[in-house]
Design a protein around this ligand. Structure first.
Ligand code: HEM
Length: 486
């Protein structure tokens, strides 16, 4: 009897043991395959190993700037335009196509919120616009957008022209066999943000400090001496220290002049004006200035570099573009300052088509992450609350369904209106780029000055584009340049 009890006890112990091992295995399979224990239909795809998922493949492809070709496209072919994966510990749904773009981008704050890696948030600052939702987002966006809206733009044009002219006179006036176009546009766009938006002199060391921060933006958030992230954080603190002084000085100046003027002028005055009125805090001003510098200069400099790359590879487009600028120059009144006017910039229609087509083929931003704030039903699948969603520019830019012969360079395709949520270098929905108009001015004004004043040619027309962490030409896009003989 005792033996029988002990035997049955043993059997039940073994069965319980086996059952728990089995259920653990099942749970692991469920977690790693992302299968569905709540009776919901997840999109197809592989979740890979716990935590790591498919991160290694993602980073490998990203480093070569072939995220679409080597990560997204093969999976989209296997599973369809919507598929699941796991990236950096987060279960993620990758979505492609105009309907998905419209759905996820326009449902910002309702179904999804923007979601950046921990290191990006810490380095940009937790008070920057990218971390804000609802009313807080609206308030900061309002302050930024008014400075960069149509009324603000008119006064920006002569400022940008002056900065471009000074930059070119200083760096391009001698004939040179090797000048890094990308480096030059980076310094220039950084100077434009600092001097035209903030009213602060851009010192070369400040640009270096900002670049040190950028190096840590997608690094693992490990704070130990010598880590990329720690170096970036140190640089970030140096910037914050410098900006605190700038912001406090601006505040004093504006208070001396009277609060009523705080709504005028450049972006920094707008933000500090908001601070004086108690709408935002000093930390919010600083974090948003840091974010704006990053948002504005790396993206714009890459867009300019790719525009020149495309012009060099397509002489027939360059010829049309040169005609447009010669015409503007010919009609220009010779008055005192001789800078371009907003009206003249608006005439650069073909140049803008060239720039848009360059950004279609080489979008400075691949796409971005969102996080589901509730279970979302989309195209017959459920995206569980807390999962990430990655929308991509390439998903429409490189799709025959939206752009005929998508890999060919054809600026003329922008003669026709492009349907919404198809062409997205500047994103869409409530988080559409707040600096779109400013980027457009920077690109057009720079192209005008260069093509009317210099002869130039690329040293390596087929130079590779790599990611570090944003796309950059691997050799800095060296050009041979000489002032035009007038
Ligand atoms: C060619 C140049 C540029 C490109 C391609 C670009 C692209 C983008 C994209 C794709 C987004 C949306 C990100 C998302 O949905 O998560 C964005 C947001 C933003 N951009 Fe730009 N950008 C450019 C230039 C600028 C400039 C010049 C400024 C400012 C002076 C700027 C300020 C911003 C801001 C503040 C946001 C955040 C908007 C929000 O969260 O409401 N960008 N940009």
């Amino acid at each position: 009897m005792v033996i029988q009890i002990t035997y049955s006890y043993l059997i039940s112990c073994v069965s319980i043991g086996l059952l728990s091992i089995l259920s653990t295995i099942l749970l692991i399979i469920c977690i790693t395959r992302g299968c569905n224990w709540r009776n919901i239909k997840l999109p197809p795809g592989e979740m890979g190993l716990p935590w790591i998922g498919e991160t290694v493949d993602f980073y490998k492809a990203q480093r070569k700037n072939r995220l679409f070709e080597e990560f997204v496209q093969p999976r989209a072919t296997r599973y369809g335009k919507i598929f699941k994966t796991r990236l950096m510990g987060s279960p993620t749904i990758v979505v492609n196509g105009a309907d998905a773009n419209r759905f996820f981008l326009s449902n910002e704050f309702k179904l999804v919120i923007s979601s950046w890696p921990t290191s990006s948030v810490q380095l940009m600052g937790k008070n920057s616009i990218m971390e804000k939702q609802g009313d807080h987002h609206r308030c900061i966006r309002g302050l930024i957008a008014t400075a960069l809206s149509n009324t603000g733009l008119g006064s920006l044009v002569p400022k940008i022209c002056r900065t471009v002219e000074l930059h070119l006179n200083k760096n391009w006036n001698e004939s040179q066999d090797k000048l890094s176009l990308y480096r030059s546009t980076k310094v220039l766009t950084f100077t434009i943000v600092f001097e035209c938006l903030l009213g602060v002199n851009a010192e070369p060391e400040t640009l270096n400090t900002f670049e040190r921060v950028l190096e840590g933006v997608f690094a693992p958030p490990i704070s130990c001496p010598g880590s990329r992230f720690s170096r970036a954080m140190k640089a970030r603190n140096e910037i914050a220290k410098m900006l605190v002084e700038v912001v406090r000085e601006k505040r004093k100046e504006m208070e001396r002049a009277g609060l009523e003027r705080s709504n005028e002028g450049m972006l920094l005055s707008r933000l500090v004006g908001g601070m004086i009125r108690g709408e935002i805090s000093e930390e919010e001003v600083i974090d948003n200035v840091v974010l704006l510098v990053f948002a504005a200069h790396d993206t714009t400099s890459f867009a300019i570099a790719m525009t020149f790359k495309m012009l060099a590879q397509h002489p027939e487009c360059l010829a049309l573009l040169l005609e447009e600028h010669a015409e503007i120059k010919k009609k220009k009144r010779v008055d005192d300052d001789n800078y371009l006017t907003l009206e003249e910039v608006k005439k650069m229609k073909y140049t803008w088509q060239v720039a848009r087509e360059s950004m279609r083929l080489f979008p400075p931003i691949f796409g971005s992450f969102r996080k589901a704030i509730e279970d979302i039903e989309f195209e017959g699948f459920t995206i569980p609350r807390g999962w990430k969603v990655l929308w991509t520019t390439y998903g429409t830019h490189y799709d025959e369904e939206y752009f005929k012969d998508p890999l060919s360079f054809n600026p003329g395709r922008f003669e026709e209106a492009i349907p919404p949520y198809v062409y997205l270098p500047f994103g869409g929905g409530p988080r559409v780029c707040a600096g779109y108009q400013m980027a457009k001015l920077n690109i057009l004004i720079f192209v005008h000055y260069v093509v009317t004043r210099y002869d130039w040619s690329l040293l390596y027309p087929d130079e590779q584009i790599i990611m570090d962490p944003l796309p950059i030409p691997s050799r800095g896009m060296p050009i041979k340049v000489s002032p035009k003989l007038l």
